[in-house]
Design a protein around this ligand. Structure first.
Ligand code: ARG
Length: 504
């Protein structure tokens, strides 16, 4: 007998309402008396599972975190069972009320939830057990036509969508901290470095905004991860689809998805949304780690660019003078866990046959842990950035060493028509002479430099000021104060837009 399918209407479900007597409520009662235990799958087994294996295969200890999503999916499923005649209106009502009660009790009564620890295989089994406790055999009807394979990935998608939004709020707060510091320190020059060697002067604000750019890209990656998760698998069944013509779009709509997944077999095996999320988190971790490294170095006595905030530092049990940048070191250190989680899932997925495999149960723990870690890392970094005091005098001192103006000295010759490569070479010779005499190149005599090139005139030895050197970098994205002010306005604008969007 074909139930609720339509060959004529292409892939559109018939939504034919089946007579209630097709699904007599009493059927549940008979099976209940026959059942050995309340497993979801005990019927064809003669013997109980080995106790060690049984504990090994359960996931309730960690997937119970998905309970709010499981309940939401259950509610949508219950509603969808009515138009196709599996549930009467009264049964839907009873089921929804029971689901609400279970959700509430799980929130407030942890002992009750714990009491399922030894018996519920996973969060899906837990809800069914709790439903049967509440409703009797009616509780066994909700799973009609569906599989845990579609449930678990639907729950997980909903989790990732919320999780990405949560981390976006943290990254946004971090961006605000950078913005605040970039504004407060506008005008402070510092020695910009490449290869950890003094290179050219830049504004401290430019340095801070460089970090803000990286975290802005992370916001986009988080958004992308949420978008990959935004399709509802319900109706995919265990792998093949649903034989009751369930209205997949109605379920997706109720759950807030923008659409449904396209292929049932792919839907139960796809964890790309989880990979995308872990990749976004790995990006954040990598950026945080780089930021941490900068600040650990800046806090060293040799640099003394920043004053470590007491609130984000710890001391030594032995050396009374110590103040250590532990917040930054731990952020740097925890990065390994996040990239580890990404590699862990990639490795789990590699070589799996198409379709649901139990290996996929391994997708959750590492992602939950990575999410929790990033959440803490981002907020601690935000607090540490906001509380950091910059040593403006020290930063300025590093930026005003004329050796950092060597490129500008070569540009001086370029303005006189000397080809750049030659100018580079001539200034190199000036610097070598200055090093030989043990003084700054600006303190050489006119004679000394004219021996190297007659293009050097008296004004050459005055050297440019750090302000001039920085102001000359007047291109979009450059470190000239006007450009940095424009960059601050752009960041401010982006953050304002997000706030308005959230408020709307
Ligand atoms: N706990 C399982 C998971 O996390 C749920 C799906 C189990 N499906 C199954 N056929 N055993 O993936």
């Amino acid at each position: 007998m074909l139930v609720g399918t339509s060959a004529a209407a292409g892939c559109a479900p018939t939504n034919k309402i089946l007579p209630a007597e097709n699904f007599p409520a009493a059927a549940g009662k008979e099976t209940m008396t026959e059942r050995k235990d309340d497993r979801l799958w005990g019927g064809r087994f003669e013997r109980e599972p080995n106790a060690q294996f049984d504990a090994f295969q359960r996931s309730f200890a960690f997937d119970r975190r998905l309970l709010p999503y499981e309940i939401a999916v259950d509610r949508a499923w219950a509603n969808a069972l009515e138009p196709i005649g599996i549930f009467t209106a009264a049964e839907v009502k009873q089921t929804l009320a029971a689901l609400d009660k279970i959700a509430e009790r799980a929130k407030t009564d942890s002992a009750w939830l714990e009491s399922f620890g030894a018996t519920a295989e996973d969060v899906h089994h837990f809800v069914e057990k709790a439903l049967v406790e509440e409703l009797g055999p009616l509780g066994w009807k909700l799973h009609t036509g569906r599989s845990r394979n579609e449930l678990v990935t639907t729950d997980f998608r909903l989790f990732v969508i919320d999780a990405a939004a949560e981390i976006q709020r943290g990254v946004e707060a971090l961006l605000n901290a950078f913005l605040m510091q970039a504004k407060a320190n506008l005008g402070v020059p510092m020695a910009g470095m490449t290869h950890m060697q003094h290179a050219q002067p830049i504004l401290l604000s430019h340095f801070l905004l460089a970090h803000a750019e990286a975290f802005t890209r992370d916001m986009t990656r988080l958004q992308h991860a949420a978008e990959s998760a935004d399709a509802c698998p319900m109706g995919s069944g265990a792998l093949a689809g649903n034989s009751f013509a369930i209205d997949r779009n109605a379920i997706a709509r109720e759950l807030g998805f923008s659409g449904i997944t396209a292929n049932s077999l792919d839907a139960v095996s796809d964890r790309d949304f989880a990979l995308d999320y872990l990749f976004a988190l790995s990006g954040i971790a990598t950026h945080l780690s780089r930021l941490a490294e900068d600040f650990v170095i800046f806090a060293s006595q040799e640099f003394s660019y920043v004053l470590l905030p007491d609130e984000y530092s710890t001391g030594s049990s032995l050396m009374p003078q110590k103040k250590n940048p532990d917040a930054w070191e731990l952020i740097r250190g925890k990065t390994g866990r996040i990239t580890g989680a990404l590699v862990s899932l990639l490795t789990t997925l590699k070589g799996l046959p198409t379709s649901y495999q139990r290996d996929l149960q391994e997708d959750k723990e590492a992602l939950f842990a990575a999410h929790d870690q990033i959440e803490e890392m981002v907020w601690v970094a935000m607090g540490a950035i906001a509380a950091t005091k910059f040593n403006a005098e020290r930063l300025r001192a590093t930026a005003t060493n004329p050796v950092l103006f060597a490129t500008d000295a070569a540009d001086y010759l370029v303005h006189k028509g000397v080809p750049f490569r030659q100018a580079h070479d001539l200034v190199g010779k000036v610097l070598r002479e200055a090093e030989r005499q043990g003084k700054s190149w600006t303190h050489l005599s006119l004679e000394d430099v004219q021996k190297i090139s007659h293009f050097f005139e008296k004004d050459f030895l005055e050297g440019p000021s750090v302000e001039d050197v920085i102001a000359n970098k007047i291109v979009p994205g450059g470190t000239a104060p006007e450009c940095v002010r424009a960059a601050i306005a752009i960041l401010q604008n982006r953050l304002n837009k997000r706030t308005t969007k959230r408020g709307a």
